[in-house]
Design a protein around this ligand. Sequence first.
Ligand code: MN
Ligand code: MN
Length: 357
Amino acid sequence: MPTGGKPNLTQFLIEERRRVPDATGDLNALITDLSLACKAISRRVARGALGGVLGSAASANAQGEDQRTLDVISNQMFLRANEWGGHVAGMVSEEMEEAYTLPAQYPRGKYLLMFDPLDGSSNIDVNVTVGSIFSVIRAVTPEVDARPEDFLRPGTSQVCAGYAIYGPSTMLVLTLGKGTHAFTLDPVLGEWVLSHPNLRVPAKTREFAINASNSRFWEPAVKRYIDECMAGQPGPRGADFNMRWIASLVAETHRILMRGGVFMYPRDSNDPGKRGRLRLLYEANPISFLVEQAGGSASTGRKRVLDVQPESLHQRIGFIFGSSEEVERIEAYYREEPHETYRSPLFGKRGLFAIAD
Ligand code: MN
Ligand code: MN
């Protein structure tokens, strides 16, 4: 077998479909279209400066963030790959304020697609790993244009979620609700080969990922958790921890799926109006689905991410995920410290990371 005895994505999808007697194959076709967009983005990313695609696009996206040239190109690739096939009835992208209505000439399908076409795009110019994230739900009314509110379904209603990671190798990590599986792109064959079936996130970890420069904004439960990790072997955890921070959600997720760890981008305690940084529909929900299907946990700190009822297309949310024992510990700290009571020894006025105010 050309793929060394391992199934490719097409074989994998056909075998998955055989387990569902009345499946029509629409979802498989949609995933194939998505995987093609990811291959195309991978090629553009790999050419780097030679492709003339680095730098800013001199525009802003739906969140008012600087758009990189590759953000715009990747968004176009997702739209073009998925609009024509008759599998989707509408799309939501990080790069577009409004939901995308398909061109009139194409049939409307049974699914709704939400995506972050290029995650971690500020890393592009320094040649650090980026990715694409997607989430698929069933259309409320199949075969007609989706209304914006149709996308506002809790993450539990996802039928498929995944990401592509453009690192030293390109990989596609996918769940259809029966485990989380990783495919490596064979650059010669151009095929996704099932290299890591049934990923499992270890329940225990000694590695955490957080942007420590935001520590003054953290909620008390997060401050307490990080203080205890940083106190190391002599501290309450009785163990030394390691910290990682790539500032690319896909790269952090991939590390955690491969070897465990916990990721935190909590809500900002100083501004109750700020609900975190990451977007619920096309970042937190698909990553949570993948992590849970690999035996890990994903939480806002206060509740399971997948149970959150979305209120708007680009809604942000506090996001904590990874090894289940650590996520459960952080949730317990949130329950114990509902008010701003925790005084941080490390980040307090006289602490190791003293704050001046
Ligand atoms: Mn992103
Ligand atoms: Mn993005």
